[in-house]
Design a protein around this ligand. Sequence first.
Ligand code: ASP
Ligand code: MG
Length: 407
Amino acid sequence: MARIVMKFGGTSVADLDRIRNVAGRVKREVDAGHEVAVVVSAMSGVTNQLVKWCQELSPLHDAREYDAVVATGEQVTIGLLAIALQAIGVDARSWLGWQVPIRTDNAHGKARVESIDGTLLIERMQSGQVPVVAGFQGIDPVRNRITTLGRGGSDLSAVAIAAAVKADRCDIYTDVDGIYTTDPRIVPRARKLDRISYEEMLELASVGAKVLQTRSVELAMKQRVRVQVLSSFEDKPGSLVVDEDEIVEQPIVSGIAYSRDDAKITLRRVPDRPGVAAAIFGALSKANVNVDMIVQNLGADATTDMTFTVSKADLARAQDVLEKARPEVGFEGIVADPDVAKISVVGVGMRSHAGVANTMFGALAEKGINIQVISTSEIKVSVLVGGDYTELAVRALHTAYGLDGPA
Ligand code: ASP
Ligand code: MG
């Protein structure tokens, strides 16, 4: 017997037939003798609609009211799933975030989970009942207000609840059947990974692999929650996210991710003197603009060109902030280019193998793809290339690292 948290995303609960299908899957685990808690998202599209309504009424809407609105999607699905479970003879009860309670800070719209009391859920599970918990939401106990955890936050809810009830496993059911070496829509020969380490999954999620929300992987790694990603539409084993030690044969590169969410900014002829970088990036950080990759090219005349990336969503704000900082910093001009893609190769094997970056540069050169910016971490190499080259670059790298499965 095991204790399992099962999480179902929006596409898995998109209509009543799919909710019945989910109920059937939950019943199978219950019948197998497991203790089960379920976490669900809103029906697909519902949260987007709720967000849109808030924006239409007022672009600068109050964040507490935004949360009151967008948290409602999950209230519908927990009630419906509890009804569907009861209808097939499974004892089930719905739980809103505050009823658990899932305590968060007061950063409405992107709240952080501070603590979850698992006592009540564990009691119910032990008595044979299935708690059906609303993902995405919590409560700020100070002001007694509903909070939400940021878009895609129900993955985080599931992992946090799995940690709180000391679950043996957190199964994330979704519309893909696992974690792949890269996006199978781009590379049909991408392979499903049986296992991937927390560290690698975290890097992949943070550079654009969309299968798990980044913060949920961070938490799983910290709390050592075993996460499985699997399909709610097919019966096959998924991919396990586990500790590195549990992976016997560790490839050098495990996966390749891409993101078109970044934009490139170049500051022309920045004076080459101490304090300049601090002035530029200080101003951006004060405006809450995250900077990712950075390069600086030394010019001959005591000026440099400085290139960096920000998220596309922040581009306009970044340009505005930089324009205002221009008199103080004294650069000559700003060039913005939103048409770029960041391609990243990730693998814990890089720690012990040299030449990983070189393979990347070689493979891209062979396809005539120009590298605009490079950045590295212990287990990741990322490059920025022209947006049009995204697919070509991902395919070339997938082959270069020997990741292609059978055709
Ligand atoms: N329903 C929320 C969203 O769409 C949470 C989730 O799906 O994870 O962002
Ligand atoms: Mg979702």
